[in-house]
Design a protein around this ligand. Structure first.
Ligand code: TYD
Length: 217
């Protein structure tokens, strides 16, 4: 069976803290799928739909008004609900592979482990809203100290100050998020695969490809 056949109708998500190299890996993986002639759509959260892009502006506005953690959680879920119905589900149904830069594990890691919202509450909402699990989730794992350093130098290189709401958060927050992703990989070992993010982008990419190929073989 070709890779295109194996990945037809499959939902892949990429996760990781800021500066982990996730976005670079999504980019390299997208190029890999193109080379392998796998029909796919690349999307992201928050902001995978027109509605979601409006929600994203509110969520990521560093100077935006105060919001309670649960209010913020509900916005991420509103973005996801629309995204599933408008992009993810129809694409999977038509046989495309869906590649998403972040999805629900980010909510568990950031709003759950990071902000301290009860995991059982997030899980209950997930169930009631009828969300689906990805077929495979790749977590690019890099120690928060190194990831934050990378994120900060990248932001100053492109002329942003400390940048982004989350990148301005303290190290403790990023530690909790990073631990959250590790816990998710232990809880769902069949679906959530942790990939060591140290090393060159190409080295990490090779590991990603090996994990994906093994998962769908
Ligand atoms: P983005 O600019 O896309 O950053 P990155 O390149 O790191 O993905 O911003 C997305 C931010 O939203 C990121 O800080 C993580 C956060 N987020 C949550 O807190 N919960 C969620 O459910 C999702 C999808 C993202």
């Amino acid at each position: 069976m070709s890779l295109a056949e194996k990945l037809s109708g499959k939902f892949l998500t990429f996760e990781g803290i800021e500066g982990s190299g996730k976005t670079t890996q999504v980019q390299l993986f997208q190029e890999y799928l193109t080379r392998q002639a796998v029909p796919f759509v690349l999307t992201r959260e928050p902001g995978g739909t027109a509605f979601g892009r409006e929600v994203r502006k509110i969520l990521l506005d560093q100077h935006g008004p105060e919001r309670a953690p649960v209010a913020e959680l509900l916005l991420y879920l509103a973005d996801r609900y629309q995204h599933l119905r408008e992009v993810i589900e129809p694409s999977l149904k038509s046989g495309l592979c869906v590649l998403a830069d972040r999805y629900h594990d980010a909510t568990v890691a950031y709003q759950g482990y990071g902000r301290g919202i009860e995991l059982s509450f997030i899980e209950e909402l997930w169930r009631v809203l009828g969300f689906r699990d990805p077929d495979l989730t790749v977590v690019v794992d890099l120690p928060p100290e190194r990831a934050l350093q990378r994120a900060r130098s990248r932001n100053s290189a492109i002329g942003m100050d400390a940048a982004g709401r989350f990148e301005a958060e303290d190290l403790e927050f990023h530690r909790r998020v990073s631990d959250g992703y590790r816990k998710l990989s232990r809880r769902y070992p069949g679906r959530v695969k942790l990939i060591e993010g140290a090393g060159s982008a190409e080295e990490v990419h090779s590991k990603v490809v090996r994990v994906v190929e093994a998962h769908f073989s």
